[in-house]
Ligand binder design. Structure first.
Ligand code: FAD
Length: 367
């Protein structure tokens, strides 16, 4: 189910659930349009949307669910139902963050926005030894960044990319990945302060096709690697947190592993917690530990490192977890759905009382 149908006048797209993000971007960008989706273009639109969905456009245009206008869904009773703000509103509310709990979505309708097709974006790469200056500069920039500007900080080993001098390949670095959603000339001025932080090894900020930027990170999570990921949300970056990021940056277990600290917030926090089933409307930064390795002999070392760092950051976190970043078997529904859980149970009781759809972050029916 791979169809994408764009209505350029209404600025909407009808998208079938087998579509992956680069396929959606490809079709919408033909009209200079886009909706916020994730940073890795091989991700599926269906799971990403139903769990919330955020990416480079989210500070400006909100979560993917905030841009969902309607769905067609096959329910547990085998009926094809349309859900939107005007029809089956409770089901539509539950689908915007409640995952696969209520049925099988066969079509998503999204609001699109004018984006690019060329956007100011690119990475700035610093030696890991400068991490404290870079992270402090990042925090300062984020504090007053307009919603058009998004910068994400990543601690990792430098990949062998052509814009990074060869002598740095494989050495530990801090990367600030930058993106400006608005006018490029304006973006040059807005992003300048972050480009003035420290002394970079490489600065590749410039005009890039939006679709290219959306695929720029795909190569860093190739199919076949072994993965163990964990995340936290934070409402600020304190000195103590920066110290801990650096401490664990020193012991990153493999060249593929990343400590990613994206700046989010902006439009994502503008809706009330109860507006959609997705509840996390109060954080500015997230941390995603993307631990990756190739050899099963490293399983224990890599998993232990990830758990220890996750635990070390826990006292600073807001406490909620993003359902799309934790495996189903973790089963921490309250942390994933927060104060929206009770309403999700009501929607589940109505639409799937026998829990047909339970292989997910399950909302257990009480009927
Ligand atoms: C490399 C990588 C990068 C990522 N980056 C981001 C990011 O930048 N932003 C972000 O928000 N998330 C990100 N994620 C997390 C991503 O949102 C989740 O992994 C999400 O579950 C992916 O959805 P999928 O459709 O690809 O997966 P699937 O495994 O196909 O689906 C996940 C779950 O969604 C439900 N589901 C899927 N299709 C349907 C359907 N048609 N109807 C009803 N329920 C359905 C099911 O419960 C299913 O188990 C990333 C993940 C990876 C692996």
């Amino acid at each position: 189910m791979k169809s994408v149908r764009v209505d350029p006048d209404a600025k909407t797209a009808r998208v079938e659930p087998g579509v992956v993000l680069n396929e959606l971007d490809h079709e919408t960008q033909a009209f200079g349009l886009a909706t916020p989706v994730g940073y890795n273009s091989t991700t599926g639109i269906a799971g990403l949307t139903l769990g919330g969905g955020w990416g480079w456009l989210s500070r400006k245009h909100g979560l993917t669910v905030d841009n969902l206008l309607s769905v067609d869904i096959v329910t547990a009773q085998g009926e094809l139902v349309h859900a939107s703000e005007a029809e089956n509103e409770d089901l539509f509310w539950g689908l915007r963050g409640g995952g696969g709990n209520f049925g099988i979505v066969t079509s998503f309708e999204f609001q699109l926005h004018e984006v690019g097709p060329t956007v100011l974006s690119g990475p700035i790469v610093y030696p890991f030894d400068d991490a404290e200056v870079v992270l402090s500069g990042y925090r300062e920039f984020a504090a007053s960044a307009p919603n058009d500007a998004t910068v994400w900080c990543v601690i990792r080993h430098a990949p062998p990319l052509p814009f990074i001098p060869e002598e740095w390949h494989g050495r530990k670095v801090v990367i600030l990945a930058t993106f400006y959603a608005g006018d490029m000339e304006e973006g040059e001025a807005v992003l300048q302060p972050i480009r003035d932080v420290g002394a970079p090894i490489a600065d590749a900020v410039g005009p890039h096709p939006y679709t290219g930027w959306q695929q720029a990170f795909d190569g860093l999570a190739p199919a076949g690697n072994r993965h163990y990921w964990k995340s936290h949300n934070f409402d600020e970056l304190t000195d103590g947190m920066i110290e801990t990021f650096i401490e664990y940056g020193k012991t990153i277990p493999t060249p593929e592993t990343e400590i990613a600290i994206p700046h989010l917030g902006g439009a994502m926090n503008e809706k009330p917690v109860g507006a959609t089933a997705y509840p996390h409307r109060d954080f500015e930064f997230t941390m995603v530990l993307h631990t990756q390795w190739m050899d099963s002999e490293q399983d224990e070392e890599c998993i232990t490192w990830t758990r220890e760092m996750h635990e070390a950051m826990a006292p600073h976190a807001t406490g909620g977890v993003y359902a799309n970043f934790v495996p189903e078997e973790v089963g921490d529904q309250q942390a994933a759905y927060g104060e929206n859980y009770d309403r999700l149970v009501e929607v589940k009781n109505e639409w799937d009382p026998e829990n047909v759809f339970r292989l997910n972050h399950n909302v257990e029916p009480t009927k």
